[in-house]
Design a protein around this ligand. Structure first.
Ligand code: ZN
Length: 267
C-alpha cells in the first residue's frame, strides 16, 4: 500500500545490491527494484524520478512534494520534456506556432512557468525555517495574516487566488518561527496543483509538526478561476475553508476570539 503520509517517504539507497529477478516476474514493482541509477540514466528524467518514487513506495499525487527524488540538474531536463509535450498540445489545438510569432516560445514559457514558478512547491525542498524555543513562554493567541495565496486547482489547473489567516496558541514547549516563515511555508504548500480542502490540511500538518502549539487554526478564502473563467462563470464565488485543531476545537471562546479578530482584519 502506498504511504499516505508523504513526508515519511525517503529515497531508496542507490547502493543496494539488486535482487535476482524471479523468472516470469516482471511487475512494475520488481522492475523498479532491479534498475540501478546507471540503467535509469538512459530514460527521460520524468521516468527516472517515477522509478525512484515507485521503488520507495512513495505517493506522488499533484500536491505531493517529490524534491527528495529529483537529482541535481533534473529539473532542467523536466522543463525540456514538458516543453516538448506542450508543443504537442499546441499542435493538437491546431495552432500554427511556426508562423504565429505569439506562440513560438509558448511551450517553453509554460514549461518554465510550471516547474520554476507555479508548481515549484513540488520540486523544491521545504524552505529552511529556524525554530526558536519559547523562552518567554508566550501563551497568548497569535494571528498571522492575511497571507496571499497563489495556487492552481488540480482538476483544471486554473489559478486559485486568495488569502490565509493562521491562528496559533503556543505553550511553553512550542517552537516559535519568524512571521515571514509562515508565508514561505504557505507558498511552498500552495505552489502545487491543489484542492483547497487538502491544501489547508497539509499546511496544518506541517505547522503542527514544526511549531507544536496547543491550538492551531487556519482559514483560507479564495477565488477559483475554474468557477469564473469556465464552468458556471460565477464571478462572485469564493470558497472558504477552515481547520481547527487542539484548543481551537475544545474552546469555543478561543475560536470566537480568532474568528472575530479575523473579521475585523477583513473589514
Ligand atoms: Zn478546477
Amino acid at each position: 500500500m502506498r504511504s499516505q503520509h508523504h513526508l515519511d517517504c525517503r529515497p531508496m539507497p542507490t547502493s543496494v545490491t539488486p535482487p535476482e529477478p524471479a523468472s516470469g516476474d516482471a511487475s512494475p514493482r520488481s522492475l523498479a527494484l532491479i534498475r540501478s541509477e546507471a540503467d535509469l540514466a538512459a530514460l527521460p528524467a520524468s521516468e527516472r524520478i517515477r522509478y525512484r518514487l515507485v521503488g520507495a513506495d512513495c505517493r506522488f499525487h499533484a500536491n505531493d512534494n517529490i524534491s527528495e527524488f529529483v537529482h541535481p540538474g533534473e529539473t532542467e531536463e523536466l522543463k525540456a520534456e514538458v516543453a516538448g509535450h506542450m508543443q504537442a498540445v499546441l499542435r493538437a489545438l491546431v495552432i500554427d506556432t511556426d508562423s504565429d510569432h505569439n506562440t513560438q516560445e509558448t511551450a517553453k514559457r509554460v514549461a518554465k512557468m510550471f516547474i520554476d514558478e507555479v508548481f515549484r512547491g513540488r520540486y523544491q525542498p521545504m524552505p529552511a525555517v529556524t525554530e526558536f524555543p519559547n523562552v518567554s513562554r508566550l501563551n497568548e493567541l497569535m494571528i498571522v495574516g492575511p497571507i496571499s495565496v497563489r495556487s492552481a486547482c488540480s482538476h483544471h489547473m486554473c489559478p486559485i487566488l486568495g488569502r490565509i489567516w493562521i491562528g496559533v496558541l503556543p505553550n511553553e514547549h512550542s517552537n516559535l518561527i519568524g512571521l515571514s516563515k509562515y508565508s514561505r511555508i504557505v507558498d511552498w504548500i500552495m505552489t502545487r496543483p491543489q484542492i483547497q480542502e487538502e491544501a489547508v490540511t497539509m499546511l496544518a500538518n506541517v505547522l503542527q509538526e514544526r511549531v507544536k502549539p496547543d491550538g492551531l487554526a487556519i482559514v483560507m478564502e479564495a477565488d477559483h478561476f475554474c468557477m469564473q473563467w469556465r464552468g458556471v462563470k460565477d464571478l462572485d464565488s469564493a470558497m472558504t475553508n477552515s481547520v481547527m485543531r487542539g484548543a481551537f476545537l475544545k474552546d469555543p471562546h478561543l475560536r470566537r476570539e480568532f474568528l472575530s479578530l479575523l473579521s475585523k482584519k477583513t473589514a
